[in-house]
Structures are given as structure tokens and as C-alpha cells.
Design a protein around this ligand. Structure first.
Ligand SMILES: [Zn+2]
Length: 439
């Protein structure tokens, strides 16, 4: 199979392609499943299908392609409804939240459906604000996502607790995920980027201020998709050279220069930009740095693991010297090497209580809702122990996230619910047998 950069379908999903759109449409007419697969892979279904439909011969799209088009329309409607619910909850709780990622870059697109957005992403000041919002959304019928559990880390430089809480709005025709990020945006294994949140209440982050999220996401996945390329093209057209300076600083500081040069290389090879935007793109290349070999459109699990471990090594060396850096890199390698899957078995835990003593940026502590554990437990739903709020001590750096000790386990009470912390998703029947009667 040809690499995506040489695919005849690529112009279909590119906002300003250098390749011939007419030829791409003709190629798609001969292989609609192939074209649809590329649009899905690159998260540019909305844009690509609008172009396919614009060709009279394509009015009767094949069933798979028509289904993809219909799904995008329904998802956009459900995203709007979820965003409205989230805005109302933010106002009710009285916290500050900025719409980031897809919600931010949508501002650059003149036609909304031309940017695929999969979920609602928010950035909030700290863990307490994020979990208060989560509690309100839970009481409005949002559920936990069993494939993406809440997590926390601590930045060793300032003690700040950061992480994510994911919820799903399952009340709609298409379930919509809400990712609440707090305390900064997490980048690769152990880096953290601060984002300016702006005014109180709900707001939408400026696309340039959102760029660290785009880079964090794409560099973190070790994958460039056309949706990222399109965002950068529109940003190159929208912002003059001086406005890119802060981003360039951040790219250098967070060791993203090689990734950045690769992203710019893909943009320059695939896009037809205005003269001014081309000059800006040219001037943003970081000289003397060879582009990383980040794949376009096709996820490479093994290389992603390797690049993440190498980055963790650089991070560890900067802070602690080469000896400690090897341990950090090995930790990253072990974590990213395999996909983790939640399981409940007999108790083999020794000192899991220590997970919360040693919060760092190097270990991602996942918080598993115990009511989710009970649904997976072979022992059924029998509750043998209750975790009570009076026993709980706040986790340093937070006010409302508290821990309770039950050697060899520990539990977390947050948003009025009980969670079992884990690093490797290996849970036990004793953890599933605690009750969430917290008061
Ligand atoms: Zn156990």
C-alpha cells in the first residue's frame, strides 16, 4: 500500500491541497471504500464527504460512505447539545473552563462541518474545579468511560496536581465524550504545558493558545493526521510571523523541534498556501534539526513507544542526570509497551496504598470507579466494606480529592464517589467489594 502522502485521495481531505482535487474525485469514484477509509483515518470525513457529494456523479454514495456522512451530521448535533449542557454546568458550579482542541480550532473554519470534532475537551484551573464540574455532570446523567479512566499526576517542579476526568453523555443518539483536563496539558510521558485560561466562566481558547494541545496530542500519539495539517494551514493564513514566537519557544523548550519540523514538512509538501503563509511556514522551520519520522495517518505502536521512552530519557536527564534518566525512560517504555485493559481477579496487591504517596509526573495513576469494578467482578456485587468520607485525608495539592487507607489498598473519594487507584489496570475482588456509601 502506498504511504498516505502519495495517496491519490489525499487532496479530498485537505483544506487547501497542492494536488489536483478533480483527479482525487475521479480516483475516489473508482474506489469509494479506499477514499472513505483515508478520510476516516485522517479525521476529515466532513470535508471529504462534502467534496464527494459536490460531484453530480456521486450523488448516490455507496452505503458505507453514506453512513459515514450521516454519522458525522448526527455527531455534530450531539456535540452541540453536550456543549450547551457543559456550559450550563460550568455556570452552575461557578468555575473557569476553556474549550480546547477541536472546539477551539473550529473558530478557524468558515464551514463548521469541514472540521471533524470527536468530543468536547475542556481545560480547567485545577483538580478541585474539574472534579466539582464532574460531580455536577454526573448528577445530570453523564457516565464514566470504561475505556478511558480519570487519572492524576503531580508536577515535581511546583507540586501541582494535573490530569484528566473523562465522562460520557450517554443520553443522546450518539454518545459524546467530555474530556476535562486540569492543571495543564500533558505532553508525552512526563511533560506538562501550562495553558492560559482567560476570563472567568466558560470561554473558547484562541487557536494560537490552543496550539500546544494540538502538538501535545499529535506528538503524544506519534501520528500526524490531515485534520492537524488543515488546522496548521488555516493558522498559517490567519496569524502573522510575530504571533508564532511563543509557540516556537514552547516547541524548543519541550523538545518538540524534530516533531515540529516534520509537521511543517508535511504541510509544505501537501498544501497550496498564499505567498504570505508560505513565507511564514518557511520561517518557522527550526534550523539544524532533522524532522522526526512521525507517520502520516497510520498509527505505529512500536515506534511510538520508542519515541516516548527517548523523550522521557531527555526529560529525566535535564532534571535528574543520566542515571535517573534511564529509570524514567524504562518506566515510560514499560507503560507504553502494551495496551492496558481493566481486569478484576484475586488480590495480589502488596503496597498499592503507596501509589498516592508517590504521585509524580512519571506515573499515571488511574482512578477506577468502584461501581464500574463491581460490574466486572466475578464475585458479584456483594459489598463487604464501606469507605466513609470522615476517614478521608485530602491528597496534597487538592482540597476535595481525598484518600482512605485500607492496607494493602487505598481508595480515593472525589465528586462524591469512591475510586480505586491503579497503575496497570489489574484490580482485585476486594477492591470491587467496597461500597460507595461515602457519608
Ligand atoms: Zn487487591
Amino acid at each position: 500500500m502506498k504511504p498516505d502522502i502519495e495517496s491519490p485521495f489525499l487532496p479530498l481531505g485537505h483544506i487547501s491541497p497542492s494536488g489536483d482535487l478533480g483527479e482525487a474525485l475521479a480516483a475516489a469514484a473508482l474506489d469509494m471504500p479506499g477514499a472513505t477509509a483515508l478520510l476516516r483515518r485522517h479525521r476529515v470525513v466532513g470535508l471529504g464527504l462534502a467534496r464527494l457529494r459536490s460531484r453530480p456523479a456521486n450523488h448516490g454514495l455507496p452505503p458505507d460512505t453514506a453512513e459515514a456522512a450521516e454519522y458525522r451530521d448526527r455527531l455534530d448535533a450531539c456535540l452541540d447539545r453536550t456543549r450547551a449542557e457543559v456550559r450550563a454546568a460550568v455556570a452552575e458550579v461557578g468555575v473557569r473552563a476553556a474549550d480546547i482542541k477541536g472546539g477551539s480550532v473550529l473558530q478557524l473554519y468558515s464551514i463548521r462541518s469541514h472540521r471533524d470534532v470527536g468530543d468536547v475537551d475542556l481545560m480547567m484551573d485545577d483538580a478541585d474545579a474539574a472534579w466539582r464540574l464532574a460531580e455536577t455532570l454526573r448528577s445530570n446523567g453523564f457516565g464514566w468511560c470504561d475505556f478511558e479512566l480519570p487519572w492524576i499526576k503531580r508536577d515535581p517542579t511546583d507540586g501541582r496536581v494535573y490530569g484528566q476526568v473523562q465522562l460520557a453523555n450517554g443520553k443522546l443518539d450518539v454518545p459524546v465524550r467530555v474530556d476535562i483536563h486540569f492543571g495543564g496539558y500533558s505532553l508525552r510521558h512526563c511533560r506538562r504545558i501550562d495553558l492560559p485560561l482567560g476570563r472567568p466562566g466558560y470561554s473558547v481558547l484562541d487557536p494560537m493558545e490552543n496550539l500546544p494541545c494540538l502538538l501535545g496530542n499529535s506528538a503524544g500519539d506519534f501520528l500526524i493526521r490531515l485534520k492537524d495539517v488543515n488546522d496548521i494551514c488555516l493558522m498559517l493564513e490567519a496569524y502573522g510571523r510575530p504571533e508564532w514566537e511563543t509557540t516556537l519557544d514552547l516547541v524548543r523548550r519541550h523538545h518538540l523541534s524534530a516533531f515540529w519540523n516534520r509537521l511543517l514538512d508535511v504541510v509544505r509538501r501537501t498544501s497550496r498556501l498564499s505567498d504570505r503563509a508560505s513565507a511564514v511556514a518557511e520561517s518557522l522551520v527550526i534550523l539544524g534539526v532533522r524532522p522526526e519520522r512521525t507517520p502520516l495517518g497510520v498509527f505505529d505502536h512500536r515506534r511510538r513507544c520508542w519515541v516516548t521512552a527517548t523523550d522521557a530519557f531527555a526529560w529525566g536527564r535535564e532534571r535528574h542526570g543520566p542515571g535517573r534518566a534511564i529509570a524514567v525512560a524504562f518506566g515510560a517504555y514499560r507503560y507504553y509497551r502494551k495496551r492496558h485493559e481493566l481486569s478484576v481477579g484475586p488480590c495480589r496487591h502488596r503496597n498499592d496504598a503507596r501509589l498516592l504517596d508517590d504521585l509524580t509526573s512519571e506515573t499515571c495513576v488511574r482512578l477506577v470507579p468502584v461501581d464500574l469494578l463491581r460490574t466486572l467482578s466475578p464475585a458479584g456485587a456483594k459489598i463487604v466494606d464501606n469507605i466513609r468520607a470522615e476517614e478521608a485525608e485530602p491528597i496534597p495539592g487538592t482540597v476535595s480529592i481525598a484518600r482512605v487507607e485500607r492496607e494493602p489498598h487505598s481508595y480515593v473519594i472525589a465528586a462524591g464517589e469512591v475510586f480505586a487507584p491503579t497503575l496497570n489496570y489489574g484490580m482485585c475482588v476486594r477492591q470491587a467489594a467496597v461500597g460507595d456509601a461515602v457519608h
